[in-house]
Design a protein around this ligand. Structure first.
Ligand code: SIN
Length: 566
């Protein structure tokens, strides 16, 4: 029986059910709710110890791919704070950049495009290995059941995106992530992997080595210890740290924050990539307008329908994302408009609808026919190029802990990720991490591991938690956005130091609350982003400081690694 404690918390779950089938029934009905919609008061209990060979945190491409391999002959537990299908992967539209057509493309060209986009910070040996291992990794994904768009000839259809010198993006129409997620979850359902949905990881376990994590079971209102000699953090990025983002509500930098608190290095967090084209709808939900539309022929134009991107770069609308996002900011400053537009009207309407069914339908729902109207767009935070530092096998500095996908800093992306290299990296590094982990002998479990200690404090006011969350998002957006200044970065560091301290204080002195867990992680990652940006006194890739507008290779051609003083 769980131990009752006098701790009250506001969480998204219905009242705690009895253990057993009741708990499962509740689980299956639960949904992930954004922080402001968590109305129910609950008591949090100390939970169970769950022993497993591998613990995976996060249910996107990297986590699922690792898990499917590991589940052959081992016990594997995957925890994810929402439903398994709710991950950043599921929202990926573009696809996987990979050299599949050696007559038209080459590894050398893909390597070159990646290095150029990364603005001098990619690790060339990592770029080389990811590009070379890409085709095999994509074939493995297809063997697991992923179905990608084909040409009438039966060959894979290859799209083009910004920064690519060739068409090399394998895609499933404009919903590639959804298809990958579907295929991998179906493969999981055929195997023995156990997915714990609505389980929010709080903290890594272990001293000097990772031994799993403490995890809040949102339906049962218990904190379990998932004890494992090997843990993979595949928790995605931190787009929710920004007021405007293409990322879903789950993307709170949880893995980066946990890894940092556990003492392992994180880095390059100042390189938050802004996607140039999120659908512009003030107050509406965020929706990405895939870069694949520009690869297909779409052109960025102003309100009058005049193309403007060529004024900023010879590749125009298909320059790399950092360049295009800044071009849009300059354009908006000049015109005083709130958005620019994507013009696809010159393309064949039937082909446009066939190739982009999801985007066509979404825009149609808002009264815009993308074959006849201009699509209003604006940049938004999209992808964290930095993350938890790993080696070429996905190992972090903390023994027993691996990281893969957007949560990781592998050296592939440098200062600015090349479009559609993220799913590729997740695939290749999930395989590498598994190939490494499976050869390691599990060490003896330490005599003691920390227990979660329920606090008898009060539940924090949810209004305060939400207000802090919005403050930090606004601060990053306004001061640590697409175009930064030294004075703005200093202001942001000051504000975010205060917000992080207050969030940590609330977490330590109040009862457990899922929204507060997210706030604490977001505030820490926001603080690290701002400090990384302030320290880097140059402009490179996704980091642009108007007071240091040039790239400074002599002083800054290096990763900015940060470790917590433990
Ligand atoms: C897009 O479809 O534009 C996003 C793909 C990516 O982030 O690489």
């Amino acid at each position: 029986m769980p131990l009752p404690v006098s701790t009250l918390a506001r969480i998204s779950a219905p009242p705690r059910p009895a253990t057993g089938s009741g708990a499962r029934a509740t689980l299956s009905k639960m949904r992930y709710y954004p922080a402001q919609r968590r109305p129910v008061l609950l008591i949090i209990f100390k939970g169970m110890d769950i022993q497993t060979d591998y613990l995976i945190v996060g249910s996107g491409l990297a986590g699922l791919f690792f898990a499917i391999e590991a589940a052959e002959g081992h016990s594997v537990a995957m925890v994810t704070k929402a439903e398994a299908a709710e991950s950043n992967t599921a929202y990926a539209q573009g696809g996987i950049a990979v050299v599949m057509d050696s007559a038209q493309d080459s590894f050398a060209q893909h390597v070159q495009d990646t290095l150029e986009s990364g603005a001098g910070l990619c690790h060339p040996e990592v770029v080389e290995l990811v590009v070379r291992e890409g085709p095999e990794a994509v074939a493995a994904l297809m063997d697991l059941g992923a179905r990608f768009s084909l040409e009438p000839s039966g060959e894979l259809s290859l799209g083009r995106e910004g920064g690519h010198s060739r068409a090399r993006v394998v895609h499933a129409a404009d919903a590639t992530g959804r298809e990958i997620s579907r295929a991998l979850l179906a493969a999981v359902a055929r195997g023995k992997l156990k997915i714990y949905e609505h389980h929010q990881a709080l903290e890594l376990l272990g001293e000097g080595r990772c031994w799993g994590a403490q995890v809040l079971d949102l339906a049962a209102a218990q904190v379990h210890r998932f004890i494992a000699p090997f843990t993979l953090l595949a928790t995605g990025g931190a787009g929710q740290a920004y007021l405007h983002t293409t990322n879903p509500a789950v993307t709170c930098g949880d893995g980066v924050a946990m890894a940092y608190r556990a003492g392992t290095a994180v880095g390059n967090l100042e390189f938050m990539q802004f996607h140039p084209t999120m659908f512009y709808q003030p107050g509406g939900s965020s929706f990405l307008i895939s870069e694949a539309l520009r690869g297909y022929g779409g052109v960025l134009v102003d309100r009058q329908g005049h193309p403007f991107a060529e004024r900023y770069h010879p590749r125009g609308s298909l320059a790399t994302r950092d360049v295009v996002a800044r071009a849009i900011v300059s354009q908006l400053r000049e015109s005083g408009d709130e958005c620019v537009f994507l013009d696809v009207r010159d393309q064949n309407p039937a082909e446009t609808r066939r190739r982009f069914p999801g985007i066509s339908a979404h825009c149609a729902g808002l009264g815009i026919d993308i074959t006849a109207d201009l699509i209003p767009v604006t940049p938004a935070a999209h992808y964290l190029c930095g993350g938890i530092k790993t080696d070429e096998w996905g190992q972090t500095e903390l023994p027993g802990l691996y990281a893969a996908g957007e949560a990781a800093l592998t050296g592939l992306h440098g200062a600015n990720r090349l479009a559609s290299n993220s799913l590729l990296e997740a695939l290749v590094f999930a395989r590498r991490a598994w190939n490494h982990a499976r050869q390691q002998a599990a060490p003896a479990r330490p005599a003691s591991l920390p227990q979660w200690r329920p606090l008898a404090g009060q539940a924090p006011l949810s209004g305060r938690v939400e207000s802090l969350r919005q403050q930090l998002r606004r601060c990053l957006w306004e001061e640590v956005g697409i175009v930064r200044t030294t004075v703005g970065l200093e202001r942001a560091c000051h504000t975010l130091d205060g917000l992080a301290e207050e969030s940590e204080g609330l977490y330590r002195h109040h009862s457990l609350d899922p929204a507060l867990v997210e706030l604490r992680n977001l505030a820490l990652v926001a603080q690290l982003i701002a400090h990384g940006a302030r320290r880097r006194q140059e402009s490179r890739g996704a980091h642009f400081n108007g007071d240091f507008p040039r790239r400074d290779d002599q002083n800054w051609q290096r990763d900015t690694l940060i470790r917590a003083a433990c």
